[in-house]
Design a protein around this ligand. Sequence first.
Ligand code: ZN
Length: 465
Amino acid sequence: MKINIALFAAASTLFLNPAVTVALPTTAKATSVAELRDKALQSDDIAYDIVEGLTTEIGQRQAGTEAEARARIWSVNKLRALGFENVRVEEYQMPTWVRGAETAVITAPFPQKLAVAALGNSGSTGEVGLDAEIVYFPTIDDLRAAPDGSLKGKIAFVSHNMKATQDGSSYGTFGPARFVGPNVAAKKGAAAIVIRSVGTDYHRNPHTGNTNFEPGVTPIPAGALSIPDAENLQRMIARGKPVRMKLKLTPHNIGMQTSGNVLAEVKGSDPSLPIILIACHLDSWDLGTGAIDDAVGCGIIGAAAKHLQSMGQPKRTVRLLWAGAEEVGIWGGRDYGEKHANEPHALAMESDFGAGKVWAVDFRLPESANAVRAQIISALAPLGVVPRRELAGGGADIGAIIATQKLGIVDLQQDGTKYFDLHHTPDDTLDKIDKAELRQNVAAWVATLAYLANYEGELKPEPAQ
Ligand SMILES: [Zn+2]
């Protein structure tokens, strides 16, 4: 998921005249960036092959589990088969939570079953479950305003009004129902919490995802209801009689487990130039097969890095980071940031917002790089990609290394209108991927990388004033 945090206060200078342009390698088989881009647009199969392989041969890849470990082995084999260099795994340890049984039944006044899934880090109701009265909060702010202790022995129910947006920004607006709702409810004494899934579809699929409890706050059982079920519950509450739910969630913690990042490289011809990092995440939630989140991101960057080489060896090394354990707290991205803190990087990019078409490009580059920025804008224009006046913010897995080294960033913004219909649900499966849109992503990435990886000038933005 893209983030837009202003790390630096540099003003946008998108439209200054280019002074110095990128000289591309002449050893190329593909003779121009346009040719490379158009070939990817018309015929790339590598990205789809990666998503298809990961979702078929591995499936769900929850962080810290043996499925994620199998995904690392699969990825090493795939990246080596594609001819990348320095393919390796960097392991780390992380606390691991796993799902148990999950049921939600309205016991009064209108007995019926609802579709529920536990949120990551949810506490357990125990095998017996919990039968308690529902207290309804239309928004997270209503929950925040509830008096301390007022939820004792109750199940809080938090709704929201999330709508689909092209840029995905509604996730930031409405996501707190999940991100912090359970912690707020626990501090007010609630026995448990259910939320309206943070999503935009009307399928009977709960959307899971991580929640976090502050140190010292005992995790309470926390579940997401599918959106149709959340609306049904709202209608029951509107009838005016007390509504009771029997909730059973039995997740548990299995302690510290091994997770890891998979790294691979396209070696640059000039080792004195700081590297370009491109990232996706290999882990997924456990309900679907993690096709759009985020096998497809690994497909896009893998395909783009492979096609880049048909122009000959780039000047800069391009490193792929297929990060582990993003969903459960960005463990892989942080581990990469720590282990590589002293290795010079120039710029980072990430693909982690599904398989929708790229529609916009944001930059965070120094003014001295205006020429290469203009070249990228020109190369992306035939793909229907527009430059915005926003500063690029990067993404979760590159956040740590960007913060440490104040890197340049280019964000290829994908259309996220449909993303939150599928996000963290059982519906996140291969069939949702449109091959033509996927190829457009690969084309945008390879065109962008072709310029950045062959640019010898400074790519880090000026320090904030
Ligand atoms: Zn993701």
